[in-house]
Ligand binder design. Sequence first.
Ligand code: FAD
Ligand code: MLT
Ligand code: ZN
Length: 466
Amino acid sequence: MDPDLRRRLEAVVGPAHVIDDPDTRASYETDWTRRFSGRAAFVVRPASAGEVAGILQICRTAGIAVVPQGGNTGLVGGSVPRAGEAVLSLRRLDAIEDFDEVAGEVTVGAGVTLERLQQHVRAAGWDVGVDLASRASATIGGMVATNAGGVRVIRFGPMRHQLIGIEAVLADGAILRRLPGLLKDNTGYDLPGLLAGSEGTLAVITRVRLRLVPLRPARAVALLGLPALDAALRVVRAVRRAAANLEAAEVFFPEGLDLVLRHARLAPPFPRPHPCYLLLECAGPADPAPALAAALEPLADPAATLLAVDRADRDRLWAYRERHTEAISAEGIPHKLDVTLPADRLAEFESAVRARLAALRPAARPILFGHAGDGNLHVNILGLDPDDDAADGAVLELVASLGGSISAEHGIGIAKKPWLSLTRSPADISAMLAIKRALDPGAILNPGVIFDPEPVAVPPPAPDLP
Ligand code: FAD
Ligand code: MLT
Ligand code: ZN
């Protein structure tokens, strides 16, 4: 590393937080799936928005691109370097501040993990509206940057819906601050909303203000074995009407359950396998179990229905669904696709995608699971060469032909970039590129993620005035 560059970075963050030895860099260079990795020029770990601004100014002048990184749990290759970029790790921005227990709002550093925030606000009777299986490592900044979804979108929406303020640093080092958390504030463009889902390409998020939801400790979980996905979707529709407090509706299939049973060493939920499994969770101020049981009574086979109320029993049922991601990765390096379909095309997609993959790549092992209530299926494919993306293209073309989206909640990253135009029009893409060029003309923020903007010449920063 150039000694002068090192000296300037160390002056901003201190010598302990500029890392270029290969062993320490390694964990920042490969993504969670192990499918994407690249060498970083260096890793730098700021502890405040001011330090982020200082680093961006140095990198911009030196012509070094930057990959913002939170918990590195992203699944589309956008959190790791590809061509010698610097990794800007935001994990030291880990303060929880200004928790308004009356309004149910909190300001959180970008590097706070979801689990830590959950523990903090739950102690005061509040909860975070978004929940994910990666909660122990995923950071709030990364979750906003990806507009993460998770298992409660049917009730509370994705991360963008929880966001009421943001602090972020632009490519030129300017700091945007919109943190007061006013619920009503129609003063021009909604910049926090724009940064949600921008995947580190428009600004570095340093703090966010979130609206919280009331903690609902009374919960009931049902796991059903069903003959097919369309039967599961009928149950979801009926329970949604009958039990207003439905919070999660998740599906999985025997091939995924088999992997979970094997890798997590769990006992099967039912004496015999079923073609499709549906997990439902209801939550409210009062015990939701009686209403859930009553709603399921005319719909479900009692021999293929489990109902859990106690925490340990609920967690046991959730493990069959939540442990899919790790079980799949323990089996191999998957191609991970994450698609939404209109509700009335989801079952058709599920059978068509299996047929299409079998015809195109007979060795492919599709493992499907996801958020049935949102029309969101995760299509994971094992048995493919990491660089063979013909199957990815075939699946995403099918999605587009059925009116769906090629990314429901994980984002585009680099994994889905070749197919962005399947579900985004030329006008959409040029509007997004115009925003990218306006905010980051030198293309130093996560270049190559979502699309490949051409950098435009940026004049050097003006010399500091005395
Ligand atoms: P990273 O992986 O570090 O980064 C993700 C992207 O955000 C990158 O493009 C990065 O450059 C950018 N970024 C990170 N921090 C910042 C910042 N402060 N400012 C600007 N840009 C930034 N996702 C879902 O949506 N729903 C799920 O249910 C879900 N379940 C998961 C379960 C498991 C077991 C795993 C491993 C992942 C899961 N994910 C899920 C994916 C992942 O956890 C989310 O995408 C999460 O939001 C990423 O957060 P992170 O802090 O790890 O971000
Ligand atoms: C999930 O819903 O479990 C995730 O989005 C993670 C995955 O797709 O593997
Ligand atoms: Zn998901």
